[in-house]
Design a protein around this ligand. Sequence first.
Ligand code: PGA
Length: 248
Amino acid sequence: MRKPIIAGNWKMNKTPEEAAQLVRDLVPLVKDAKCDVVVCTPAVCFAAVKPIIEGTNVKLGAQNVHFKASGAYTGELSADMLKASGCEYVIIGHSERRQYFGETDKTVNLRATAAVKAGLKAIICVGEMQDERVDGYTDIIVTYQTQMALKGLTAEELDNVVIAYEPVWAIGTGLTATDEQANETIGVIRKAVAAKYGDEVAQKLRIQYGGSMKGSNVKGLMAQPEIDGGLIGGASLKAADFAQVVNF
Ligand code: PGA
């Protein structure tokens, strides 16, 4: 009953010209996709990508958003700016932002709130570090991150939220959570949502897996009942690779 969503997270890759070429190649390859298809490109690529995906099933996303509407926040972009540039989605709280750019559960919540209130769809990332999994804290970490990220959002606003479960140790490492590990932890995240919003809302919410998801492992992951799609880094940078994931 939940429509899967596969989103590419290009991270800091591609010039506008390279981005245009990638989406030009991608559009025909994914036109019959049964899932929602999103490309989260660098902001400097929005203008190049937007006209190419216009009227197609490929949607545009950003990789971050600031929580203020405007002002003296050098280097940041507001939700309205993203919307005006053609974005429908925005990734929030990616572990690389948490690790390298001081993102906290508090700022993740502020950014998610600003995004949703402005009419963007937020892809909120949660996930444990390797030592946290080894020490047995995975469930506590993802429950806390999820509930903090959603704090203050209404059940209706959750219609515009997707959660991405990304175990940090599986990102860009070639290590993937097993199908069962990913399914189990996503089940924990769904319970964390149910505890605050009730079962009906939790059952509607889409929760992706992310972390070295690619053509060779997408089928097994997507066969799991809790997994509603993927947030794809490395395998989203070539049209054929990404299409293979989208057309799982
Ligand atoms: P990866 O990245 O697919 O390269 O592991 C996923 C992500 O960081 O969203």
